[in-house]
Design a protein around this ligand. Structure first.
Ligand code: SF4
Length: 391
């Protein structure tokens, strides 16, 4: 991790940096330039549906010298959420994430071990009481007093409650921390539950996914850092900017669904031609997430399960992931939504038409897409510069 945080953010004139010196690397941000940081944060703001000014505020918050301390606990899980954050090729993630926050304790990334590590965690929790962000990864077993997951002689239930006590904000990352995940699949032998069930009196921001998209986590952290409050949440405490839209209504295969063109089994003619995956178990019609808009990694367009030919398995939904069989058909609320499409031949400005919904939806899609493109461009630029040796 970079050790130059002490100078980071100092003497930075953000308004001037838009005019000149924008391509100077920001101190302590791993070579990220001011222009890149602004561009990235503008992308994050657009993805979250925020005005452009919010991107500037985020950039300032990200480059501020003070960093929020983070205590990161692991329960029952595969560590895939941490893997997806840290193994991302995208430079902004590992750089920004580790430079924007002060990862004071992480169960699996600790240099220290045993008592030394746990003592350090307690010191940090005491020192930053009321100020740190608690991130939980993994489910928490509750059966038989939670004996199925323990660290340092304490159960995960005790560890979560202890760390939540002094936390300023709590984020449950991944489906296991949000709902219990695969451990909670029937018959749930350890009584695994999500973090919010262990600390029902606290607000837990759920960022589900298996794994969750790193951008959604980073955007949530940037929002917390900038506005000192959680982003707008849905009824499952998920940030609406990421979990407010149905996959089925934003899927690139939707036209095939509406036209009745389906893959009937893996590898058949329909599958090879990119037809809709509904009949081989796609849970897109009952799953809310922004996967079609922002994808995963830096592979390019279509880098998400459905884009690669695998049905969505509903990993962001408590009732679907690991509970509904992979081959089971999803509930479809709207088979074809003709009222959401512009009428053929409709004139622009003809009062309020059903097409307005599509126009608004389209505008939102453009904004989200633009944000995603901006964020991706940053990765591509870095990739290019690494390949060519250019600055
Ligand atoms: Fe896309 Fe799945 Fe909906 Fe088909 S069922 S349109 S593959 S989300």
């Amino acid at each position: 991790m970079d050790v130059t945080h002490a100078t980071r953010g100092q003497d930075i004139d953000f308004d001037a940096c838009l005019r000149e010196g924008a391509d100077e690397p920001l101190p302590g941000l791993g070579g990220i330039t001011r222009r890149s940081l602004f561009k990235f944060c503008a992308g994050v703001a657009a993805t979250m549906g925020l005005p452009a000014g919010a991107g500037i505020s985020m950039a300032k918050a990200a480059a501020a010298p003070s960093r929020p301390p983070v205590i990161w606990l692991h329960g029952q899980e595969c560590t895939g959420c941490t893997e997806s954050l840290l193994r991302s090729y995208h430079p902004t993630l590992e750089t920004l994430l580790l430079d924007v926050i002060s990862l004071d304790y992480h169960d699996t990334l600790c240099v220290g071990a045993g008592k030394q590590a746990l003592d350090y965690k307690h010191q940090m929790m005491e020192k930053h009481k009321g100020k740190y962000v608690l991130v939980t990864e993994g489910g928490t077993p509750t059966k038989n007093n939670g004996i199925y997951c323990q660290v340092g002689g304490k159960t995960q239930m005790e560890l979560v409650r202890e760390a939540a006590e002094g936390a300023a904000a709590i984020i449950a990352i991944g489906s296991c921390a949000s709902w219990g995940g695969i451990q909670a699949a029937d018959p749930n032998p350890t009584g695994a539950v999500g973090t919010h069930e262990i600390i029902p009196d606290k607000t837990v921001i759920n960022v589900p996914g298996c794994p969750p998209n790193p951008y959604n986590f980073l955007s949530t952290v940037l929002y917390l850092l900038t506005f000192k409050r959680p982003p707008e949440l849905d009824e499952k405490n998920r940030p609406k900017f990421a979990y407010g839209r149905l996959i089925h209504e934003n899927c690139e295969r939707r036209a095939h669904f509406d036209a009745g063109r389906f893959a009937l089994e893996f590898g058949d003619a329909g599958h090879r031609q990119g037809f809709c995956l509904y009949k081989i178990g796609c849970k897109g019609p009952e799953t809310y997430a922004n996967c079609p808009a922002i994808g995963f990694g830096d592979v390019g367009e279509g880098a998400w399960p459905v884009g690669t030919g695998h049905p969505c398995f509903g990993c962001t939904e408590k009732e679907t992931a690991f509970r509904k069989p992979i081959h089971a058909l999803a509930q479809v609320a709207t088979y074809t939504p003709p009222t959401a499409f512009p009428e053929v031949g409709a004139q622009k400005g003809e009062g309020v038409s059903p097409g307005a919904a599509a126009v608004v939806g389209g505008a939102i899609g453009v904004a989200v897409g633009a944000g995603a493109v901006l964020m991706k461009q940053m990765g591509e630029k870095k990739k290019d510069s690494e390949g060519t040796g250019a600055a």
